[in-house]
Write a protein that binds this ligand. Structure first.
Ligand code: URA
Ligand code: CA
Length: 433
């Protein structure tokens, strides 16, 4: 087989065979196919797309390019959740203990990565003593015992995707639905989940800015998941403004604790109940989303969800007393309010700008070498649709530097306050099976 012929075939809009796709992925991963040919191929896919079969073949080939995690030592149906990313997305911290508390095994592999705030592991490390340096055997044992554990991501997961994603990044071929969908799904599938719930974000602060694109991506990922035999569904949720009120590592841990007590922000709570219900159903623990929701609600009301969080934290070396005593979490030196310049209704909060402000404070990594400050971040006191008096606080800044002029200006740029009443945005747009 010659790469040039495969590129030409895709360029002319023909469907590739499984053998051809395997040849490309294998050859590119081991260095036999050079970047310039793979770039041309990615561009051909960008313009001509991929059939459902081609997407499944591509995903499977990328899964097979590296380690595949075997979770079969864990009892029950392992359900994973994936979010396409956003600002202040505290869902994993809430969902993991919540669904574990009703018997769904949560075997979470998580990363650190770049972004406005840290990844799930960084956030959890705000709990003194908590660590993810456990062996695979310990990981499996903890999940069987407590229904929940988190471990760092294997270094050799989907090397084909790593290499291709980096190439796409510099060849203007990231924005291709089949390439994005196979990239995300290959990582989830290699991580060993039996079933997958996807939270596809839509709006300003999301990877996909329009509802139409978000639905297309969700359908593509659900198609791949089900196509490789992993039960998959997607929820399309709003990211036109940040989710919840907290953006920052320790601040989000506190927000997750509040939510597991039933005292969290309405939007975060509702999204977690929706995603969680689908996870419980896919795990075979409930017959319907409604029944699952009742189980989750009972677990919050009885305190079982919170107990599961404590068990999880202490099993991995964490000081679980932070759950009853959140003051023990890292705290910032300066607490600074951002007063509204005029009275009115919050018309818009640009999520991306708020995320950048949190990163400037030190809550996230700009480069791989950046060190995260777990204590800093933002608390939104007003969300879209809320009324604000002149001088009333829009946002509370938690900072370890006294001068926050730049961050304040970013917050003023992100917020729009208008005279007319504004409806809060829809939180959940669609569910795709
Ligand atoms: N995230 C990924 O993991 N892959 C993509 O291609 C795009 C976003
Ligand atoms: Ca949040």
């Amino acid at each position: 087989m010659r790469m040039v012929d495969v590129i030409e075939k895709k360029r002319d809009g023909h469907e590739l065979t499984q053998e051809e796709i395997r040849y490309i992925v294998k050859g590119y991963t081991n260095g036999e196919i050079p970047d310039y040919q793979m770039s041309a191929f990615a561009m051909a896919v960008y313009f001509k797309g991929m059939s459902q079969d081609e997407r499944v073949f591509l995903t499977e080939a990328m899964v097979q390019s590296g380690d595949q995690i075997d979770l079969s030592a864990i009892e029950g149906v392992k359900v994973d959740k994936h979010s396409t990313g956003g600002v202040g997305d505290t869902t994993t911290l809430v969902l993991a203990p919540l669904v574990a508390s009703v018997g769904v095994p949560v075997a979470k592999m998580s990363g650190r990565g770049l972004g406005h705030t840290g990844g799930t592991i960084d956030k959890l490390e705000a709990v003194p003593g908590f660590h993810v340096e456990i062996t695979n055997d310990e990981f499996m044992k903890l999940v069987n015992q407590n229904k929940i554990a988190v471990i760092g991501q294997s270094a050799n997961l989907t090397p084909a995707d790593k290499k291709l994603y980096a190439l796409r990044d510099v060849t203007a071929t990231v924005d291709s639905i089949p390439l994005i969908a196979s990239s995300i799904m290959s990582k989830k599938i290699a991580s060993g989940a039996d079933a997958i719930v996807l939270d596809v974000k839509t709006g300003h602060g999301a990877f996909m800015k329009t509802l139409e694109d978000s639905v297309d991506l969700a359908k593509a990922m659900v198609g791949i998941g089900n196509g490789v035999g992993r039960n998959t569904m997607a929820v399309i949720s709003d990211m036109s403004q940040p989710l919840g009120l907290a953006i920052g590592n320790a601040l989000e841990v506190k927000e997750a604790i509040d939510t597991l007590k039933g005292e969290g922000p309405e939007d975060l709570y509702e999204l977690c109940m929706t995603l969680g219900s689908h996870m419980v159903v896919l795990a075979g623990k409930a017959g319907s989303a409604e029944e699952a929701r009742n189980m989750l609600q009972q677990s919050i009301d009885s305190g079982k969800a919170l107990e599961t969080l404590k068990l999880f934290l202490s099993a991995q070396g964490g000081d679980a007393s932070v759950v009853d005593d959140p003051e023990k979490l890292p705290a910032a030196s300066y607490i600074i309010e951002v007063p509204a310049k005029e009275a009115g209704y919050v018309g818009e909060i640009m999520a991306e700008e708020i995320g950048t402000a949190a990163m400037v404070l030190g809550a996230g990594r700009a480069t791989k070498e950046s060190v995260i400050d777990l204590a800093v971040g933002l608390i939104l006191n007003k969300k879209v649709g809320d009324y604000v008096e002149a001088g009333e606080s829009l946002v509370t800044i938690h900072s370890n530097t006294e001068d926050v002029t730049e961050v304040m200006n970013q917050i003023y740029d992100a917020y729009t306050v208008v005279k007319e009443q504004v409806q809060p945005p829809t939180l959940i747009y669609k569910e795709i099976f």
